[in-house]
Design a protein around this ligand. Structure first.
Ligand code: GLP
Length: 249
């Protein structure tokens, strides 16, 4: 696992966008695994900027997102489909037919089956990941077991607390989500996990400071991946107690 420690969250996002851009340059019909949340949100403006500058073409790119809340329709302001449209897809030359976000309303079992089928269609070339305060990736929450494939996850109270900032009040936060499984994530050819903020330090310790794989901290499984890069800023690295070489750029 490679770890890059940046000078700022902004630099973290810029480097992640460059790495995603490199994948697309090498493979113009790449499949991107995408993430939501405020961390991933910092990356998308750089992709939009490169697309507008004419240096990054999404016309043959396809995407599949990690997760979607159960109970929110695609046009709900806090649905992850809407997040992706507003933060990325509306601003780049991607064919909307080539973007997949699991559907969180209607027949949920059928939606999970459709999402599983979509995941099987082709491998993910690069998967962007944030990390929850409890170590979740996608919405794979700590528990007795983790799951290989796409499934419905009951969200932890700490996740509901953390995501309540996006809703009018905590009661509106969905309690379940459809998520890629840990296996789906680890099958991506390349992983990019980004984090910022002191509240992520405990989860990061499990990933960066020891060799343990811990079902109570799902992000620790990222260390098993043959091509994973973790990008954090130095404020977070210092909080974690991770020793690093300052970045040269
Ligand atoms: C959400 C998403 C995750 C995301 C995480 C961190 O619950 N399902 O994919 O990585 O929480 O979000 P943020 O970047 O806003 O801290």
């Amino acid at each position: 696992m490679k770890v890059i420690v940046t000078n700022s969250f902004d630099q973290t996002c810029e480097i992640a966008a460059e790495m995603i851009g490199d994948v697309i340059h090498r493979k113009p019909d790449a499949r991107l695994g995408l993430a939501t949340g405020s961390t991933a949100q910092g990356v998308y403006p750089y992709l939009v900027k490169a697309n507008r500058a004419g240096t990054l073409d999404f016309s043959r790119v396809s995407t599949i997102n990690l997760d979607e809340y159960v109970g929110l329709a695609p046009d709900h302001p806090q649905s992850y489909r809407r997040f992706m449209d507003e933060n990325l897809f509306d601003h780049i030359n991607i064919d909307r037919k080539n973007t997949i976000v699991a559907k969180g309303t209607g027949d949920i079992e059928a939606n999970v089956r459709a999402f599983r089928k979509a995941l099987l269609e082709r491998p993910i070339d690069v998967q962007l990941l944030g990390i929850g305060v409890d170590g979740h990736v996608g919405f794979n929450e700590p528990g007795k077991v983790l799951y290989d494939g796409a499934h419905v996850e009951e969200l932890d109270e700490s996740t509901i607390d953390a995501n309540a900032r996006f809703f009018e009040n905590r009661d509106e936060v969905p309690t379940r989500a459809i998520s890629m499984g840990m296996g789906d994530i680890l099958r991506a050819k390349k992983l990019l996990l980004l984090a910022t903020g002191e509240n992520k330090a405990d989860a990061l310790k499990g990933l960066l400071l020891n060799e343990e794989l811990d079902v109570q901290n799902p992000a620790t499984l990222v260390k098993t991946h043959p091509d994973a890069t973790v990008i954090i800023d130095r404020t977070l690295a210092d909080k974690v107690g991770y020793k690093y070489q300052p970045i040269k750029r």
